[in-house]
Write a protein that binds this ligand. Structure first.
Ligand code: C2E
Ligand code: CA
Ligand code: CA
Ligand code: CA
Length: 283
């Protein structure tokens, strides 16, 4: 559960919601929801910490449920994973997000060469059609592979064998960026990073939480500083998530983080919100 004052779909009593919305009810409603077009995507800008410009966005899926209103991914992605619906749902998200990125590139040149980040769940990673389908989506839309970043959580890759890494390696060779999402939450062996086909490290929000207000705990600073320098020495770019305050942003920029994402810049929103940002510049 997220803290109060979070996303728009939050209600006063999330526990009561969770009870009311039975797991079973949601699970059985999932397939029809996809057919009825009840899912939609919000986009959250990714901001270059050097020049403050928006250079991409992460696609975050939501479900507009006819009875329960807008549900966040935490409420249905685990169910979709469990039932296998994540495969068609994930395919839809990829298709839709890639189409949107291509649209931005063609019709909003002022945004620059917008990149799009799409989340991949562990089940999708194991799906044999992943590489073929991703290539087909890119070719169908005309989006360059280099404009797509697939985010895989650190926990999904802990202990991953070559079989699991192969599709990611193939996609990386085609030019697709692979980001290690929620980095720092999975206790993975840092030395292991070298054998993963990733080019971006997404530092989890838990690391940057302590930087919301000054003064910042010097130990927190040292940890982030260490991760950033390790990442850079492995030629990985560092994205920080959950940047909520200007103080945090300043600190993280100073520590050498490359890209930032968080409420300080913009909350996830409809694609049109990005158009407005392009004119204003995020910071
Ligand atoms: P994530 O990939 O770590 O995405 C970042 C989450 O942090 C998003 O929550 C976002 O709304 C939230 N967030 C962004 N900035 C801030 C901030 O400044 N402060 C705080 N407190 N939160 C912030 P959201 O949209 O609820 O998504 C939750 C998770 O659901 C995502 O975590 C991701 O793992 C998963 N998810 C979302 N869309 C998809 C999808 O299409 N496919 C799959 N497989 N998973 C998805
Ligand atoms: Ca993500
Ligand atoms: Ca994340
Ligand atoms: Ca996270």
């Amino acid at each position: 559960a997220k803290s109060a004052g979070g996303n728009r779909y939050e209600t006063a009593d999330p526990e009561a919601d969770a009870r009311a919305i039975t797991r079973h009810g949601l699970t059985t409603a999932l397939p029809a929801a996809l057919e009825r077009g009840e899912f939609f995507i919000e986009y959250q800008p990714l901001v270059d910490m050097c020049d403050g410009k928006v250079h991409g966005a992460e696609a975050l899926v939501r479900w507009c449920h006819p009875q329960h209103g807008v549900l966040g991914p935490d409420q249905f992605i685990p169910l979709a994973e469990h039932t296998g619906l994540i495969i068609p749902l994930g395919r839809w998200v990829l298709q839709e997000a890639v189409r949107q990125a291509r649209y931005w590139q063609e019709h909003h040149a002022d945004l620059g060469p917008v990149r799009i980040n799409v989340n991949l769940s562990p089940t999708q990673l194991q799906h044999p059609g992943l590489v073929k389908e991703t290539v087909a989506v890119l070719e169908g839309s005309g989006l360059a592979p280099g404009s797509l970043c697939l985010e895989v959580t650190e926990s999904a890759l802990i202990g991953a064998d070559e079989g699991l890494l192969r599709p990611l390696r193939q996609l990386a060779e085609l030019g697709v960026d692979i980001a290690l999402d929620d980095f720092g939450t999975g206790y993975s062996n840092l030395a292991n990073l070298r054998r993963l086909p990733v080019s971006i490290l997404k530092l989890d929000r838990s690391f940057t939480k302590g930087m919301q207000h000054l003064p910042v705990d010097p130990v927190d600073l040292k940890i982030v500083e260490g991760i950033v320098s390790l990442a850079h020495s492995l030629e990985l770019a560092v994205t920080v998530e959950g940047v909520e305050t200007g103080a945090q942003a300043d600190q993280l920029r100073e520590l050498g983080c490359d890209t930032a994402q968080g409420w300080y810049y913009a909350r996830p929103g409809p694609p049109e919100k990005l158009h407005a940002l392009s004119l204003a510049d995020a910071v």
